[in-house]
Design a protein around this ligand. Structure first.
Ligand SMILES: Cc1cc2nc3c(=O)[nH]c(=O)nc-3n(C[C@H](O)[C@H](O)[C@H](O)COP(=O)(O)O)c2cc1C
Length: 171
């Protein structure tokens, strides 16, 4: 086991090892959706989503500064968290590809403020953008949850660089 703990040792961090280590943390998968200034839908696959606060109801996620959707999320007053269901690997992959119309052929309904809610997800959180904070090569977006929808569908999971199916633990 490699233990790197001192500040001086930070420069020794191998970016690939760091990525692998962070990837060992299993998460769900979301698509964050938003409307741009022209009223066009944009969306991006994100697994950095986390709950932040129950009272007030806040969630957080991080977006790469270099993302084409960065300005849209920074300037839009609201966005939606689409928590993907187990059978939505294709949606996750689609919304992680650059240079395609990600909503082409994707069924969705319009939520608060016309923000798209992708059909078939496990659950949804419709949010107002509460705050954003710098975070290295990413920005943290904090959303205040305005409305939620839940469905009886298993969630998709992601870990170790691949998609996972969630099973109840045997214990
Ligand atoms: C499972 C998965 C999770 C991802 N999570 C994030 C994330 O939390 N934040 C982020 O900025 N990019 C994340 N990405 C990468 C973006 O989806 C991808 O870089 C982006 O869609 C590229 O297009 P863009 O340049 O239009 O943003 C993730 C990709 C996958 C497949």
């Amino acid at each position: 086991m490699t233990v790197i703990s001192t500040e001086a040792a930070q420069s020794a961090l191998d970016p690939l090892e760091l990525r692998r280590c962070l990837g060992s943390f299993v998460t769900g998968v979301t698509v964050m959706t938003v409307l741009n200034a022209d009223g066009k839908a944009e969306g991006i696959t994100a697994n950095s989503f986390s709950s932040l606060s129950l009272d007030p109801p806040l969630i957080v996620w991080s977006l790469r500064l270099s993302s084409r959707s960065f300005n849209t999320f920074k300037n839009a007053g609201r966005f939606a968290v689409n928590i993907l269901a187990q059978d939505q690997v294709n949606i996750s992959n689609l919304f992680a590809v650059s240079g395609v119309d990600r909503f082409d052929g994707v069924a969705y309904t319009l939520g608060l403020g016309g923000v798209p809610l992708i059909d078939g997800c496990a659950s949804y959180l419709e949010c107002n953008l509460e705050a954003s904070y710098p975070g290295g090569d990413h920005v943290l977006f904090v959303g205040r949850v305005e409305r939620i929808h839940m469905h009886d569908r298993k969630s998709l999971a992601y870990g170790g660089g691949g998609y996972l199916s969630v099973q109840p633990h045997e214990s």
